[in-house]
Design a protein around this ligand. Structure first.
Ligand SMILES: Cc1ncc(COP(=O)(O)O)c(C=O)c1O
Length: 387
């Protein structure tokens, strides 16, 4: 009765089962995977956010496939502040970056066509690709005092069915930016072969060093490019369901891509009016949100480093940005077994590296946005368990 594309193994994995049982038994839990910014004690401007949703203009229905112009104009200004000049006509609003991915996959790929994705990376890609009948092909990132794209492997992964390359800038969970020299190489590969670049920039504003000013892909002239971002991370408002894609690249390619995307968007018209009208105010919230979030990330990272300096078995990988850190721990068992043991013995919940496609055991991924006392206690207990 059902399509093959939905023939997923829907049984919960051992770790989620163990977590549900742990919670149901009411046992104490330190969750070091927290990624919901609305649930970690950050302060939001309630009046401004709720007030923005009361715009009387929302009583009118004014469909616009790309999204209401004042909302797109606010996105133009967001990029202008980052030094990227994008046109209001090059932006298309979506309810999430996931939806933006699906529009882009639909625009680029016939069933079975291939998109290159970084490994390790964000676990949602598999489902997004399955739903759109896209085949993902992984290209490795190499770690050597920081992360690099393995361009040799990336080129080896190209086939006649390749349509595009995804970069996550900065990547989740490795927390590294695509470097300008890597952008140049990607542009050369993609423009020569007619591939698109899909750049997920949801964490672009979260460089840990305030002196780092990463370049966005939003105004990339060399190859057809879709830069994706949204309010979930930028303003810490995932519940508002507002994101966008920005198309750039050679004029003719870009124009054609936008015309196709606009028709897809027009078929769904999935953005609602109140959120689009509120989007300029939601975007303004970003400075207060990012300030709080980054100071928490920096404090948690400093505490993590302080604790790591007191012991030998565990270390962390270098990172530049984002909400996560990768720990390297003794690979005495599979990282799933390790996460299960930490949960049952210590009540600490972390993600094993293989959730993010780490190829070897011995990696755990932790969120840096947990409230500081919880983070410090969880880490002290975690590191203690290796001594
Ligand atoms: C790299 C990356 N892209 C996209 C998203 C999802 O964003 P959205 O809520 O806009 O779909 C996430 C969420 O964790 C993410 O880590």
């Amino acid at each position: 009765m059902f399509a093959k594309r939905t023939q997923w193994n829907l049984t919960p994995n051992r770790l989620s089962e163990a977590l549900a049982a742990h919670r149901a038994a009411g046992k104490p839990l330190i969750d070091l995977t927290v990624s919901n910014p609305t649930e970690c004690g950050l302060v939001y401007d309630r009046e401004a956010i709720l007030g923005a949703l009361r715009n009387p203009e929302a009583l009118r229905y004014e469909p616009n496939a790309k999204g209401l112009e004042p909302a797109r104009q606010a996105v133009v200004e967001y990029y202008a502040e980052r030094g990227a000049k994008v046109g209001v006509e090059d932006i298309l609003l979506t309810t999430s970056t996931s939806e933006a991915y699906s529009y882009v996959f639909r625009t680029l790929c016939d069933p079975g066509d291939e998109i290159l994705i970084p490994s390790p990376s964000y676990p949602l890609f598999d489902f997004l690709a399955d739903i759109q009948d896209v085949k993902l092909v992984r290209y490795p990132l190499l770690y050597d005092h920081g992360w690099l794209i393995d361009f040799h492997a990336l080129e080896q992964a190209i086939t006649p069915r390749t349509r595009g390359v995804i970069v996550v800038h900065p990547n989740n969970p490795t927390g590294h930016f695509v470097k300008p020299v890597e952008m140049g190489r990607l542009n050369a590969i993609c423009s020569a072969r007619g591939f698109a670049i899909i750049a997920d920039e949801v964490f672009l504003d979260f460089a840990h060093d305030p002196e780092t000013h990463p370049v966005s892909f939003a105004a990339n002239p060399a190859a057809l490019t879709f830069a994706l971002s949204g309010l979930s991370k930028i303003s810490g408002l995932p519940q508002m369901k507002a994101a966008w894609l920005v198309a750039s690249g050679p004029q003719e390619r870009k124009r054609e891509a936008l015309a196709r995307l606009e028709l897809i968007a027009d078929t769904y018209l999935s953005m609602n009016a109140p959120v689009q009208l509120a989007l300029p105010v939601f975007l303004q919230q970003r400075s207060a949100f990012q300030k709080q979030l980054l100071s928490r990330v920096r404090r948690n990272l400093a505490e993590l480093d302080r604790l790591l300096a007191q012991q030998k078995p565990c270390s962390r990988l270098e990172l530049e940005a984002g909400w996560y850190a990768v720990l390297r721990v003794p690979a005495t068992r599979s990282d799933e077994e390790l996460a299960l043991d930490l949960l049952s013995a210590q009540g600490i919940y972390l993600h094993p590296g293989h959730f993010y496609d780490f190829q070897a055991d011995g990696f755990l991924v932790v969120s840096l946005i947990s409230p500081e006392p919880q983070f410090a206690r969880g880490f002290a207990d975690l590191l203690g368990s290796f001594n």
